[in-house]
Structures are given as structure tokens and as C-alpha cells.
Design a protein around this ligand. Structure first.
Ligand SMILES: [Zn+2]
Length: 464
């Protein structure tokens, strides 16, 4: 009975096709949460795919009603081995974005895993079925090797992540006791590079708002009225230009973080952002003086998502009556969108843009989160992955993108460790979504190593 054997077992279920078959069965559930008519598949994924798999490992499972959207149930599974043992909470989401049937490359089908070279195609393969399947499959390897886990395991699967996780925060509050743990270990999002095992601790968040300038009821002929009537398009364009310069640098102090903590700076200094598998990076864009890693993981950005005045489909020789733009802030832990709103109003008023209304979004927003690189759970996870892979993983205090991580870090109060099993070129949220087979294989090994070490060598097992 050994760590090596547990990792060998994880490799074996990849090599003999067991894991491929498991993923194929889970991907075959058409779990489109963004499709209002999709209901049964969302529930069946929990009752027909996850529950039997967990029960087979001795978990007790129950379906949890979603207090916000009844169409999107959740599942809590628990396998308790002893009150003196460390407890891990494993999270994943079984819902996907829309299948986008008919837009996939010829020969591919969204609800079928199809292997082509190193790529495993299928809707949800990367986001998120493949990722939580790797983690749950690694648990089976520990059980088979050790005959027990050596820790307590709790699993939370939601079916509404692609809808903004309605109800997740409420369930974490309501089920606080059932979900109590020492650490969250979960997987989502991309590695920093396909070849680089990666861990991250939290995520940035986002906040959308509109700038609206509504000056009059209708358009007026530009020859008769130009020079006499203010143009809302020009006003909104100038308001945006006063908030960010032509190189994307934010000009409103209240929209920027106060700084980058030293421990975060040190962790980011280790990271090389190559942009491999993506578009070419514009090195002179964004906040001057920051490294590429600091720009995307350590700072806030302001984006224009849409901007409209007049009729873009058929521009007329008229001064449009109104203009609007949707702006979007990606922000790091420590920033609060309520403060953003105050800062933007003050800034616009000081720059003569009192006629612009700021309209907050209808959707709710969540706080950004971050795990300190010096947290003992981070050090533990980094050294476990290092031991398994023979190379040092990248550690990001937070992901550039957004996850509902505050439900776990803020509501449940857990240290959060994310181990992504995908990569930037995986086409999640688009046709041709896929996993990379070598990352799946390495991911299974990494997770088997982590779960093995949880019982023997984690911050909590040492205290015990
Ligand atoms: Zn997604």
C-alpha cells in the first residue's frame, strides 16, 4: 500500500479507457442550464450519474432543492470516516452552456466524447464534467489502494454555474454544518500553460454597469441642428476617455486596487504569461509598470463591452437623441463595487458629465477572493504536486476569470485550493470544447497524490 501505487492506479484508469468511458457517460447528459426548457437532464445528472458513482464509494447522497431557481438542484454527498480526521469539500458543476448544435466541426457531436489525437471533444468535457470526474475518479483510486480514504470527503455539485450559480451562496449558508470542512479542493478553469501544472487560490470578480446619456426624444437633422444640439455619442465617448486612456490605463483612482500585496507580488514574479494558444498579447496595454502576470492576476481592468448611438445598421444624418455603453470591471480581492459606483459618479460630475446616468446591472455580483501564497494549505498542495510531477506547479493567488469561490472562502470560511485540468485553448463556452488527454492523465495522477497526502501529510493531519 503506497502513494506510488495509488498514483499508478490513477494512471491505469486513464490507460485502460475506464476514465474515458466514465466521462462519455457523464457528457451524454444534455445539461444546458442556460436553456429554460432543460429541466430533467439537470436532475438526472445528479441522480443518474453522480449519485450512483458516489454511493459506490460509500457516500451518502441527497438532492438539495435550489431556493432561488427550482430548475437547478444541487447534490451533497458525504463519506465520513472519523471526527478526528481532516475533511475535504470537493465542488463541481454539472451544468453546461448551450450545446451550440450544428456549429461544431464536422465529425463532432456536443453530447458525445470524441477522441481526435490528444483532444477529447464534448460539451462540458472541460467545463466542468471532465474536471470533477478527474477528482472523483482519483478518490476511487485512494479507496481501492487504502481500503478507506483516511479523511472525510464531502462533495457539492451544482447545476446552475453557467447561470451565475443562483442559490449556491444560500445553500452554503443553509447547509453550513453539512458542508463544514478543513479545505476546499476543486477544479475548474485553465492551467497557466498546457505543460505547467497549476494551482490557484481564488478568483477575480466582475461588475457591469451602463453609462447612459439621454438628451431628447428624437433625432434632429445634422445640417439644421449640428453645432446647436449636444451629441450624446460624443459625450459618452469623452466620458469613457476620461475614465481610461488610449492604452487602457484606468484614470479613476477609485477603480484601481490600492496596490499588490508583497506576498502576491512574489508569487506572480514566478509566473510567465506567454499567451500561448491564444491571440498575441499587446505588451503596451494596461497599467504601465506592471508585469503581464500582475496585469491579469493582480490588477483591475476596465473594458467597454458595447457602445451604441443612432442606428448602427443604417446611420442617418441626424444627431442621435441618446447613447449608451456597457462597461465592465474585472477586479481583485479587496475592491468593492459599491465603492466603484461612488467613485464613478464623483469622477463624472467633476469632469462635467452630470448628464450621464450610471445604471448598475440587473444581475448580482460576488466578491473577488484570493488565497495568501503563505497559507499552509497552499504550501502543502504545491509540495504534493511537485512530488507527483517532479516539477514545481505554478501558483496563482487568484485566477484572472471568475468563480463563485466566495461561497466557500467567505461563507464556509475555507482555505480554497483549485487545481485546473484544462487549458486556455479548450474552447469552453464555444463549439469544439475539448480536454487535452495528457493533462487528464497528469490531472488524475496529481489528484491521487493530493488525496493520498491529505490523510498523511496535510496541515490538519499533522495537527491530529
Ligand atoms: Zn463555464
Amino acid at each position: 500500500m503506497s502513494r506510488e501505487n495509488a498514483i499508478d492506479r490513477a494512471e491505469a484508469i486513464f490507460d485502460d479507457g475506464t476514465f474515458y468511458d466514465l466521462l462519455s457517460r457523464w457528457v451524454s447528459h444534455p445539461t444546458e442550464s442556460q436553456n429554460e426548457t432543460c429541466k430533467d437532464a439537470l436532475k438526472t445528472y445528479l441522480t443518474g450519474a453522480i449519485t450512483p458513482y458516489l454511493e459506490n464509494m460509500g457516500f451518502t447522497c441527497r438532492l438539495v432543492d435550489n431556493p432561488v431557481n427550482a430548475r437547478l438542484p444541487l447534490l451533497i454527498g458525504r463519506r465520513m470516516e472519523g471526527t478526528d480526521l481532516p475533511t475535504v469539500l470537493i465542488y463541481g458543476h454539472g451544468d453546461t452552456v448551450l450545446a451550440m448544435d450544428g456549429r461544431w466541426r464536422e465529425g463532432l457531436e456536443p453530447w458525445q466524447v470524441i477522441e481526435e489525437g490528444e483532444r477529447w471533444y464534448g460539451r462540458g468535457a472541460a467545463d466542468n464534467k471532465g474536471q470533477h470526474a478527474i477528482n472523483l475518479a482519483a478518490l476511487t483510486c485512494i479507496l481501492e489502494e487504502r481500503q478507506h480514504l483516511g479523511f472525510n470527503a464531502k462533495v457539492l455539485i451544482e447545476m446552475g454555474e453557467e447561470m451565475g450559480s443562483p442559490g449556491l451562496h444560500q445553500i452554503c449558508a443553509l447547509e453550513k454544518e453539512a458542508l463544514a470542512a478543513d479545505v476546499l479542493i476543486a477544479s475548474d478553469g485553465p492551467r497557466i500553460d498546457p505543460l505547467k501544472p497549476t494551482l490557484f487560490g481564488g478568483s477575480r470578480s466582475y461588475y457591469n454597469f451602463d453609462l447612459r446619456c439621454n438628451l431628447r426624444d428624437g433625432g434632429h437633422h445634422s445640417g439644421n441642428w449640428g453645432g446647436l444640439l449636444a451629441n450624446p455619442g460624443i459625450i459618452v465617448a469623452n466620458a469613457i476617455a476620461s475614465m481610461a486612456d488610449a492604452r487602457g490605463r484606468i484614470l479613476v483612482d477609485g477603480l484601481k486596487p490600492e496596490g499588490i500585496p508583497d506576498t502576491v507580488k512574489r508569487a506572480l514574479a514566478e509566473l510567465e504569461v506567454t499567451g500561448r494558444e491564444g491571440p498575441e498579447i499587446d505588451p503596451d496595454w494596461g497599467e504601465p509598470g506592471l508585469s503581464l502576470a500582475e496585469k491579469v492576476y493582480g490588477w483591475n481592468t476596465l473594458e467597454v463591452l458595447a457602445f451604441e448611438c443612432g442606428n448602427p445598421a443604417a446611420p442617418a444624418h441626424a444627431i442621435p437623441p441618446n447613447a449608451w455603453a456597457r462597461l465592465h470591471l474585472r477586479f481583485v480581492a479587496g475592491c468593492d463595487p459599491d465603492d466603484f459606483m461612488v467613485a464613478i459618479r464623483k469622477h463624472l460630475d467633476e469632469h462635467g458629465f452630470e448628464m450621464i446616468d450610471i445604471v448598475p446591472p440587473g444581475e448580482s455580483w460576488y466578491p473577488a477572493t484570493r488565497t495568501d501564497p503563505d497559507n499552509p494549505w497552499v504550501k502543502w498542495a504545491v509540495s504534493s504536486v511537485e512530488r507527483t510531477c517532479g516539477k514545481t506547479p505554478a501558483f496563482l493567488p487568484n485566477l484572472g476569470g471568475t468563480l463563485p469561490n466566495d461561497a466557500f472562502s467567505d461563507i464556509l470560511g475555507l482555505p480554497t485550493i483549485w487545481v485546473p485540468h484544462s487549458y486556455g485553448g479548450c474552447s469552453q463556452h464555444a463549439p469544439n470544447e475539448h480536454l487535452l488527454a495528457p493533462i487528464v492523465r497528469e490531472g488524475l495522477r496529481i489528484m491521487a497524490g493530493l488525496f493520498w497526502d491529505l490523510a498523511e501529510d496535510s496541515p490538519n493531519s499533522r495537527i491530529a
